[in-house]
Design a protein around this ligand. Structure first.
Ligand code: UD1
Length: 423
């Protein structure tokens, strides 16, 4: 298994462009199933999760072809409406094919994704509201069986603005018999990007990027237009790189990012003492002296849970004690024992972590437990004295494209010890 060997403390300088957002492309890939027309996607990130979704699409009968930086999808001849456990178990986002398949083909059989390291992650909001749209849903032998004699439009209010549920329902609603409204919809930029992608194909969606989506139904697969699309830059990768610069007291320029997608993150960091130069599609981080903060994760535009582990690492280096509350996932503190092994002083009380600042971190072997926890460990290793051996980096490879190449280019002493094939 690959591991990353990082020699700290690091100093960074230079410029880096973030990849296209994995969490925008996963629902967009699922959405290629709604149309019989070709879809061309630019700069798909070379990541395990993206490959898994493409494998699932291929299994369903989608013809996929890559030329240069464009990957084309032809969903005109779908052969199957079934996503098996083998495909779904490695990536929960596979459930996003449920809405498009059910809408277009009136029947689907998708394996239940099950829990994951950071929490139980139920899909009750997806299923409850598809039922409201006239789907008959049963769960048998680990599979969700969904069937309808035609989806009906509905007024939906989500109990919680779930990203995945909003995306699934938005795609299903394209095929309903009228206008569907989703209140308390997730407002994450990736949900907005999915809406914009569907609109580019000819869908009629209002309220993209807001908490009230209204989706015109009555679409047929043939009604959509051929489209070429490129997803937004990855705000979580950008946030991670910004925190990497701050933890190493360095100056770097992070490009291909819409700063609006990180406004609360930048605000929190500015309050901690960080200095930025913000352009239309870049953020330059300047060396800054940081102080403690009080942070809680929240649905967008709040502070993203996907940057909680990284900012916790940063808090170990700030002046004073910080408190971080995790409000989205019930078990997202798996990085804490590993950070403690590096020398962090962190106390957990329920869903809150109290982090002592100005802590000296020293390199040692650590283990990645999930995607964002891995990024937190890489940041910690960059600020630690000596060599850190970051193990199980396959978690990191699910969501960060060529991270060590980018960090190396910025001056970090980082090597993959067992390179082999990149993924
Ligand atoms: C997406 C992101 C993930 C991010 C998360 C929250 C992708 C591929 N993944 O995950 O990186 O951390 O948003 O920003 O885009 N919930 C329910 N019932 C449901 C659905 C969700 O109780 O039917 C709960 C979940 O257990 C969790 C919370 O709602 O506690 C947020 O989940 P959700 O917004 O759905 O996240 P994902 O779409 O799974």
């Amino acid at each position: 298994m690959d591991r990353l060997i990082i020699e700290g403390p690091s100093k960074m300088s230079g410029e880096v462009a973030v990849s296209s957002a994995k969490n925008a492309y996963l629902p967009i890939l699922a959405a290629t199933l709604v149309t019989s027309k070709p879809v061309h996607l630019k700069n798909l990130p070379d990541l395990k999760d993206i490959k898994t979704m493409i494998k699932l699409l291929t299994h369903l009968g989608v013809v996929v072809e890559t030329k240069g930086d464009v990957t084309s999808f032809d969903s005109s001849k779908i052969l199957s409406n079934e996503a098996t456990y083998d495909l779904v178990k490695t990536m929960r986002a596979s459930i996003l094919v449920l809405g498009p398949i059910l809408g277009r083909f009136l029947e689907s059989k998708i394996s239940l994704p099950g829990g994951c390291a950071i929490g139980a992650r139920p899909i009750d909001l997806h299923l409850k509201n598809l039922k409201k749209m006239n789907a008959n849903i049963t769960i048998e032998s680990g599979y969700v069986y969904a069937k309808t004699n035609g989806l009906k439009s509905a007024d939906i209010t989500l109990n919680f603005p779930s990203v995945g549920a909003t995306e699934n329902l938005m795609m299903a609603a394209l095929f309903a018999d009228g206008e569907t409204v989703i209140e308390n919809a997730a407002m994450e930029p990736e949900v907005e990007d999915l809406a914009n992608f569907l609109i580019a194909m000819g869908a009629k969606i209002q309220g993209s990027g807001t908490s009230r989506l209204s989706i015109k139904g009555n679409m047929k697969a043939d009604d959509f237009k051929e489209v070429t699309y490129e997803a937004i830059g990855d705000r979580i990768e950008a946030g991670t790189l910004i925190m990497a610069a701050l933890i190493t007291n360095s100056k770097i320029k992070v490009k291909n990012i819409n700063p609006r997608h990180l406004s609360v993150v930048l605000h929190v960091l500015e309050e901690m003492g960080a200095a930025f130069e913000i352009g239309k599609n870049f953020i330059t981080v300047k060396p800054s002296k940081l102080k403690w903060s009080k942070i809680h994760t929240a649905p967008y535009p709040g502070f993203p849970t996907d940057l909680q582990a990284q900012i916790m690492t940063l808090a170990t280096k700030a002046e004073g004690a910080s408190i971080i509350r995790e409000e989205i996932f019930e078990n997202r503190f798996m990085h804490v024992p590993e950070l403690v092994r590096l020398g962090a002083e962190i106390e957990l009380i329920g869903n809150a972590a109290i982090i002592q600042g100005n802590t000296k971190l020293t390199g040692c072997p650590v283990m990645c437990t999930d995607l964002r926890a891995s990024a937190a460990l890489v940041l910690a290793a960059m600020s630690a004295e000596g060599v850190t051996d970051v193990q199980r980096v396959y978690h990191l490879d699910r969501g960060y494209e060529r991270l060590e190449e980018k960090l190396k280019m910025l001056g970090v002493k980082i090597e993959r010890s067992n390179p082999g094939e990149y993924l």
